[in-house]
Every structure is written in C-alpha cells, then in structure tokens.
Ligand binder design. Structure first.
Ligand SMILES: [Zn+2]
Length: 458
C-alpha cells in the first residue's frame, strides 16, 4: 500500500452517495484499493502502508472536473475591454504573430489555478495552436488535461481567416492530436476530439470527426447553441434547430459532449435526453457576457430529464474554480426563477464530479472515490474559518461556505501534486515570474487604455 489517508470526513460520490464521518482511503498503484470507515479500512491497512496521513477530520472529496476551459487565454485575462463586448482586437493581438506564449504560459497558469482549487481533470475545447506546449504545461503541473486545437472549417467572417482550416487539415490535426496524446496514456495530457462547433464546422467535418472519435474510443467535445444567431442560422441553412440537425447527421449520442447549450427549446431538451449526449453548463462565462444561461437556459429541465449536466469554466471570463461554477449554477437559478431550491447543492456536486467525468469520457475512472477508481483526491484544511463548524452537512458546507478556499492537498492518480498548498512538481515563484513577464510584454503591446477603464499611472 503506497498511501493510507486516515480520519477524513469523506464525500465519496459513490453509488449510494455515502459520506464517511471518519473515513480512510488506501491507495496503491495510483488507484483506490480500499475505502470505508477508518475503524475498518484504516485499521486493516495501517501496518502495510508505506506512508500514512492523519487528516484529523478534514473534508475529502473526489477531484473536480472542469469539463470546458480555454487555457491559453488565461495569460491575458484582465486585458478584456469593459465597455465593448467585442474582444476581437484583443484576440487578434493575442493570436497574432507577435502575441505572447499562451499555449505554454497561459496553460501553465491555468493548470496551477485548477489544481490549487481542487480540479484534477479538465478538457480544453480548443485554444492551443501548439498542443505540445500546452501538454508540457499540463505535465509540469501534474493535473490531468485534455488540450485542444482551435479547429473549424467554416469562415464566419474575414477576421477569422487566419484561424480557419480546410476540412482535410482539420481532420489531420485531430488525428495527430489523438495519436500524440493517447486517452488513458502514461502522461497527464490526454486527448479528445475537440471542435469549435457553434456553426463553424461543416457537416462533413462533424460527421468525420464523430466517426474518428468513435474509432479512437474518445469523446467528441464542442460548443453548441451559445447564441440566438446560431439557432437562426441553422434554421435558415438546414431547416431545423441545431440539435435536430446534429441528430439528422447521426452524431447526437452518448459520445458527444456539447458545451453551453443555452438556446434550446422543449423539443431539443427531450431530444438530448433521449440521445444520451452530455451537456456542459458554463454559468460564469454566460453571466460575464450576459448570454442567458440562467435567464433563458433550461438546465433544471435538462437535469430533470436525466441529462448528465457537467460544469465548465470556459474562456477569458472563467476563473478556474468549480466551486464558483457550482454556486452560480444553483444560486442564481433560484433568484431568476423565484423558486427554492430549483437545483440542490448535491446536484451541483454531481455536476462537478460524476457528470464531469462522463463529459470527458472517464465515467467509472474518476469523479467518485470508490474501489478501483483512480485516486484523484482533494483534501481540505481545517485551518480556515470557512471549514467550520466541521460537524455540519459537508455537502452544504463545501458548496456554500468552504468552496475552494479550503483546498489544501490534491492527489492525481495517487500522486500528491499539491501538498499543503505547495506545488510539488514545479517552482511556483519561477512560474509566476515567467507568466508576468509575458503579460507585461502584452500590456506594452496593447497600451493600457485598450483595456483599463481607470487610468493606470506610473
Ligand atoms: Zn468555450
């Protein structure tokens, strides 16, 4: 036995949703070999454990899954204009030839923040131009990540021209991605078939990419139904709302994960539920841009219909913090619908763990603490006011009070990658220095008036 965790207050997320008041977890070869009351599991494995940690009653739960992120642009968060919803000038400067190294440094920052907030797996639905640099960041931090190319073959406007590729080029890039970062491979960077979606993929690309995903045994993940214009375009071009068009193409099913899904009608909710497709709700991203995920979104209806709804932090509006997503997903819903509770703290935690696992094709592997599963474990500290009183309902305490502020130690595949708030695989001070140097260069390139509402003076 490599590691024995004793005396944790464990939210297992297992099939019975057991919460162990005084629990123990025995870890070997990166997986959970035993889990249960400490008086049984702790006592039974005490002698054989190479290393034992007494958690002293601290909260423990499975690692969170951020099912939708764009890591590279984290390097330039804070640079978004405040008054104008059009981010194109910033995007162009960032993705242009003189832009900073978001693929590596943005991803490095993103991965560090994720791990610090208890996220152990994420899926990037397209932000990297050089996947190898993003994969390097993932492995340096030790979080499990699915990096994604920015892939689309439909030109929506002349501004997008530098980023668009032919259908063949798109498919070649996806194939290379799947070969280079095998799913369930040795490193921490894995693959999925990732597309931009949102009407920016031709039917031919959608069908071929879905077939490739099935062949490779990996999920296909893309944006969907983010804006009303996307629905109107589908009705005009295909004579059907977008989800019906995906069903017509034969790609709507359990292997497909659709991100945002804000603009759905009743028939589309039914269709998605019957298809077994996965949905990723990104409340923070929608709130920041006023896109309507809560106002017009149908997430409570999707959950009621049995759709596995996961959570994502998304792009430049996204803090890499699933606790924030959980809180927004349930709290703001109550406000808008004048109803209590609409969605519960327990449902929010299922979204951030079990449903996230399913959205990235890893159901049965991650998302719960149970025998045989990968040991992705988050341990909180008791040395913060938010962690008390510790005899309260731990789900309520986690979602509404402790949140990620109390995350202390994180394991991925049984390896301690964050230990008492310290990153074990990298020098955080040096990483922050490199990140800030690159951001300072971008600031100089843009000029402060491009992004700051108040004068920043020297
Ligand atoms: Zn996105």
């Amino acid at each position: 036995m490599d590691l024995l965790l004793r005396h944790g207050r464990v939210i297992t997320m297992d099939a019975e949703r057991r919460i162990l008041a005084d629990g123990a977890i025995a870890i070997e070869g990166g997986r959970i070999r035993a889990i249960g009351p400490d008086r049984e599991v702790g006592v039974a494995h005490a002698a054989a454990a190479e290393q034992t940690r007494d958690l002293g009653g601290a909260l423990v739960h499975p690692g969170f899954v951020d099912a939708h992120a764009h890591t590279s642009s984290d390097l330039i968060r804070g640079f978004t204009p405040k008054a104008d919803p059009n981010w194109d000038p910033i995007d162009h400067a960032f993705y242009g030839p003189d832009g900073p190294d978001g693929d590596y440094l943005g991803a490095l920052l993103s991965c560090m923040e994720m791990l610090r907030n208890g996220i152990t797996t994420f899926c990037d639905t397209g932000s990297s131009r050089d996947l190898a640099r993003t994969a390097r960041a993932i492995n340096e931090v030790g979080v499990r990540g699915i990096p994604g190319h920015l892939i689309f073959d439909v030109l929506a406007g002349p501004d997008m021209e530098p980023l668009v590729h032919s259908t063949e080029e798109c498919l070649e890039r996806i194939e290379r991605q799947v070969e280079a970062y095998p799913f369930r491979g040795e490193g921490r960077a894995w693959c999925a078939v990732t597309l931009s979606g949102m009407g920016l993929s031709s039917d031919r690309l959608l069908k071929a990419a879905a077939a490739l995903a099935e062949r490779a045994g990996v999920p296909m993940v893309m944006h969907q139904s983010w804006g009303a214009n996307e629905v109107a375009a589908s009705e005009k071009q295909h004579g059907a709302r977008p989800l019906f068009h995906l069903a017509d193409l034969g790609i709507l099913g359990p292997n497909l994960t659709l991100v945002h899904m804000i603009r759905l009608d009743d028939a589309e909710v039914d269709l998605v539920a019957r298809s077994g497709a996965n949905v990723v709700h990104c409340p923070n991203a929608s709130l920041r841009r006023g896109k309507g995920a809560i106002r017009v979104g149908r997430f409570p209806e999707l959950v009621d219909a049995g759709v596995p709804v996961a959570l994502g932090s998304d792009g430049m509006g996204g803090k890499r913090d699933m606790a924030r997503q959980m809180h927004l997903a349930i709290g703001v819903q109550r406000e808008v619908r004048d109803q209590y509770p609409v969605l519960t703290a327990e449902q929010a935690l299922e979204m951030a763990t079990l449903n996230g696992a399913r959205a990235v094709g890893l159901q049965g592997e991650i998302g719960a603490l149970a025998v045989g599963m990968r040991a992705d474990v988050v341990i909180h500290t008791l040395d913060r006011p938010e962690a008390h009183p510790r005899w309260a309902d731990p789900v309520d305490s986690l979602v509404f009070f402790g949140q990620s502020a109390t995350v202390d130690t994180v394991l991925v595949d049984g390896e301690i990658v964050l230990d008492g708030g310290r990153f074990t695989r990298l020098d955080a001070t040096d990483a922050y220095r490199r990140i800030d140097e690159a951001a300072a260069g971008f600031e100089a390139m843009l000029g402060r008036t491009a992004f700051a509402a108040w004068p920043i003076v020297d």
